[in-house]
Design a binder for this molecule. Structure first.
Ligand SMILES: [Zn+2]
Length: 518
């Protein structure tokens, strides 16, 4: 089947028509009369871009989020209560699981307590995860079902029985008590998330899924492999392989999996590790105490020994790493360990995820080592409002996206479901550097519009050793495309945010049509 998009303003081309089949783009030019076109899409002078690539998110976690309760828009405890009550008497849900609250955005300016949750329901377990994913509040039943009876206050593992708050790795232990998801359910979640991603113009993701809702990776891997084989995925997935234990990682490698194993739909990506927490939860690991909580500087989630063991094993098996680092102290640990274990002339695209709080000396080390940076410009929206009060003068050289972009490889993303995978908002934040209150955040580090677009398209593919047939509108490239109602490079920068996704095409098929709601 031959299709054509006509009357288009094509990103990176002076021509106006694209002809493609399900495999690839076969022509870009102004005379399509030599093609027997079966289906024509009139772009009505709108702009066509390569399908967007969200280079770090959690597809399965997003699907789970979409299937569970969303507290993102709650303004106060009453709003939260109303949403939770919808599942109290519904037998389909033995646990009430919700996500997305942010106490800074609630009128009460604090986290709801265990006692308040018990009043809503004491017969069913309730778990609310903060928007960042690093803090959870449980009711009594949920603590009991998770076997949590005593306070624990260790680095990377916190349980407070009285408030019902659990943090970091303790959250994983609560999740283990959740009803098990089988391959069928996991597949449903994945497809739900794919569909939503298509609405944002996304056709590819770097996704961390193995232990997001399960404790072991086997079922998740099976679900993805089946969906890829059945050609049901509507985004290409580069799996950021994340494990609970180094033994699981060893088993994975011994089963023959490693970097770049897979196909055009599902492919194994880098080893994902988590070094610290989040800024919002004050669990990101800083080199000095938090300016607004002088008794803590956050903590590391992996010991130096564990980090070295994972990194050494990964490099030995030719698997690059992608390590979550938010605080500068966590980044120091990764850079120091990398210096110890790195193999000279290694071509593996090793990388860092988030790279938020950085010092000048660290930016140089990242660049010297050519580390790939998986940034989330969309974080500026909220983080900009707390940055200075949280980290004081460490804010100065942080979110250094332009410095990194111009000196090493940078790809963009949303860390969804931490944020929605809203690429247009991501481009707006990268270019305009304004937080939600309209205040500028280190505006010297703003990307150009083209840099921001490329960070969400072609640059994502640079971490893969694939053939180089994705991320660009060119003959021979995959027909993954998005039509937007505005030409991002030729509108005032403050209008970028108003841009709408009109149509998303994946593998030559329309997977989202704004006017048909397909
Ligand atoms: Zn993440």
């Amino acid at each position: 089947m031959i299709k054509a998009i006509i009357n288009a303003n094509i990103y990176g081309s002076e021509f106006h028509n694209i002809v493609f089949d399900e495999k690839s783009i076969i022509y870009i030019g102004d005379d399509i009369s030599k093609f027997q076109v079966d289906e024509t899409i009139d772009a009505c002078k709108m702009s066509v871009y390569p399908g967007f690539y969200d280079s770090h998110m959690h597809l399965l976690g997003f699907g789970f989020y979409l299937a569970n309760l969303d507290l993102k828009d709650c303004k106060n405890f009453d709003d939260i209560k109303k949403i939770l009550l919808t599942r109290v008497n519904d037998d389909k849900y033995p646990w009430i699981i919700a996500r997305g609250f942010n106490e800074d955005k609630l009128e009460e300016k604090r986290i709801i307590t265990k006692q308040e949750l018990d009043e809503i329901c004491d017969s069913k377990p309730i778990c609310l995860t903060r928007c960042c994913g690093h803090i959870m509040v449980c009711n009594s039943k949920a603590l009991q079902r998770s076997g949590m009876e005593n306070d624990v206050e260790a680095d990377g593992y916190v349980i407070n029985i009285n408030s019902g708050i659990v943090k970091e790795n303790a959250i994983e232990d609560v999740k283990m008590a959740w009803p098990l998801a089988d391959v069928k359910t996991i597949s449903e979640y994945i497809l739900l998330a794919c569909k939503k991603c298509n609405e944002y113009g996304i056709t590819a993701v770097g996704s961390d899924d193995f232990i997001s809702i399960t404790s072991e990776y086997d079922e998740v891997l099976e679900a993805f492999e089946k969906l890829a084989f059945q050609q049901k995925l509507t985004v290409r997935v580069n799996e950021q392989a994340h494990f609970n234990t180094i033994e699981d990682f060893q088993r994975f490698l011994h089963d023959g999996y490693t970097y770049d194993v897979g196909n055009d739909y599902f492919r194994i990506g880098p080893l994902k590790l988590i070094m610290d927490g989040s800024l919002g939860a004050r669990t990101a690991y800083l080199s000095k105490n938090y300016a607004d909580a002088p008794n803590t500087n956050g903590f590391n989630c992996l010991s130096p020994k564990e980090l070295e063991a994972y990194m050494t094993l990964a490099q030995y098996y030719n698997m690059p790493f992608a390590i979550h680092v938010i605080g500068d102290k966590a980044l120091d640990m990764v850079l120091d360990t990398y210096d110890k274990i790195k193999i000279e002339n290694n071509i593996l695209p090793n990388g860092l995820v988030h790279v938020q709080i950085t010092r000048k000396d660290q930016l140089k080390r990242i660049i010297d080592n050519k580390l790939h940076c998986y940034i989330q410009s969309i974080f500026i929206d909220y983080d900009g409002t707390i940055l200075k009060e949280r980290v004081g003068d460490l804010a100065k050289n942080s979110y250094a996206f332009k410095t990194l972009y111009e000196n090493t490889n940078v790809s963009n993303g949303s860390d969804c479901p931490v944020e929605m995978p809203d690429v247009i908002k991501g481009i707006d934040k990268a270019v305009n550097r304004k937080d939600v209150n309209g205040n500028l955040v280190n505006e010297d580090e703003a990307l150009s519009v083209k840099q921001a677009i490329d960070s969400f398209t072609i640059n994502g593919y640079k971490i893969s050793l694939e053939d180089g047939d994705k991320g660009k509108i060119a003959v021979g490239y995959k027909p993954d495309l998005v039509i937007l109602d505005q030409d991002l490079e030729n509108i005032p920068k403050d209008k970028i945010i108003d841009t709408k996704v009109i149509m998303t095409i994946f593998d030559g098929e329309v997977v989202y049509d704004r006017y048909q709601n397909k």
